[in-house]
Design a protein around this ligand. Structure first.
Ligand code: PEP
Ligand code: MN
Length: 337
């Protein structure tokens, strides 16, 4: 930690700051610059609250040098994490497509969509059976019937399954049907759920919270990792800003930012990020160009009648077009798709 002292600080105040730092357990190194004194505090613990130093008299700025997350950081692990599920690897050279409807609605719907996405080259079928809806009156998902349909449709077309888990009590049930647990944006800081998922052995995709910084997001990943499950991938799905022309604002730069700070794979979800189907293709291209390790895209055979998120669902032919275009982009940056 670097502590910059105020220009007009008195000797007594300097002594007081140093005394506090030593009491907090730091070794202190003092450097006197032309205008200001800088203290280097060595031995910062991940959970140290830097505000304890910021409020001391005579302190101008405090900078943390070590990151508060550990297992999720590049410092801890230099090589990219590659998550292997059957014959699919996430986080390696291949860009992985996860696609499907927002919600599993009925047998016909999920089998039709599974066939379309498998034929276009997707490896993973998505679909919610437990839905986190803003309104309690909106369709909440088919529950276990939805899980069963999703699994059967995926198996028929040789796809893996990803589906959302909303609370700890659903973990055991969902684990029977899914290959990957999805933690939704609204649950990114449901720490008891993250802790319980850390004790499972299936991979987890952690979506970024609506108002979460990259650091908050990585700290949430840390909860899962610290509880034992090391197969965590992150998903950028847009954050809430003042902009209203899109449902959320797609934070494209989060992809290279996370790749620099963390070894965990990053998936991009241009469907929830933009909320409008005509914006999904350009942002999917951009996400792959920015280095996303995979995409999650909503597709529906009859989006006008979809029970959730119809306006952002791609039509089958749009999805096929998207697959062709993102494959080309992947090739340009030396990746397979
Ligand atoms: C979803 O994937 O359908 C979903 C609800 O996503 P998010 O948590 O990103 O809103
Ligand atoms: Mn959705």
């Amino acid at each position: 930690m670097v502590v910059v002292l105020e220009k007009n600080i008195s000797d007594k105040q300097i002594e007081n700051v140093i005394k506090h730092l030593e009491e907090f357990g730091f070794a202190v190194h003092k450097s006197t610059g032309v205008e200001q004194i800088i203290l280097g505090a060595i031995g910062v613990k991940p959970d140290f609250d830097t505000r304890k130093v910021k409020i001391l008299d005579g302190v101008a700025e405090v900078y943390r040098i070590t990151e508060p997350f550990k297992l999720a950081s590049r410092t801890f692990r230099k090589e990219d994490t590659v998550i292997k599920i059957k014959d699919v690897s996430i986080g390696g050279n291949e860009v992985i497509m996860m696609a499907g409807p927002c919600s599993v609605e009925n047998e016909d719907q999920i089998f039709t969509i599974a066939e379309i996405v498998a034929k276009s080259g997707a490896k993973i079928l998505r679909g919610g059976a437990f839905k986190p809806r803003t309104s309690p009156y909106a369709f909440q998902g088919l529950g276990e019937d939805g899980l069963r349909l999703l699994r059967n449709a995926a198996d028929k077309y040789n796809l893996l399954v990803i589906t959302e888990v909303m609370e700890s009590s659903q973990i055991n049930l969902i684990e029977e049907y899914t290959d990957i647990f999805q933690v939704g944006a609204r649950n990114m800081q449901n720490f008891s759920l993250l802790r319980d998922l850390g004790k499972t052995t299936k991979p987890i995709m952690l979506k970024r919270g609506l108002a979460a910084t990259v650091e908050d997001w990585l700290m949430s990943a840390e909860y899962i990792l610290a509880n034992g499950n090391r197969d965590v991938m992150l998903c950028e799905r847009g954050i809430r800003t003042f902009e209203t022309y899109t449902r959320n604002t797609f934070d494209l730069s989060a992809i290279p930012v996370v790749h620099k700070r963390s070894h965990l794979p990053v998936i991009a979800d241009p469907s929830h990020a933009t909320g409008l189907r005509d914006k999904v293709l350009p942002m999917a291209r951009a996400a792959v160009a920015a280095g996303a390790d995979g995409l999650m895209v909503e597709v529906h055979n009859d989006p006008e009648k979809a029970l959730s998120d119809g306006p952002q669902a791609l039509l089958p032919e749009q999805f096929m077009e998207l697959m062709q275009q993102v494959k080309l982009i992947a090739g340009v940056i030396g990746r397979k798709m």
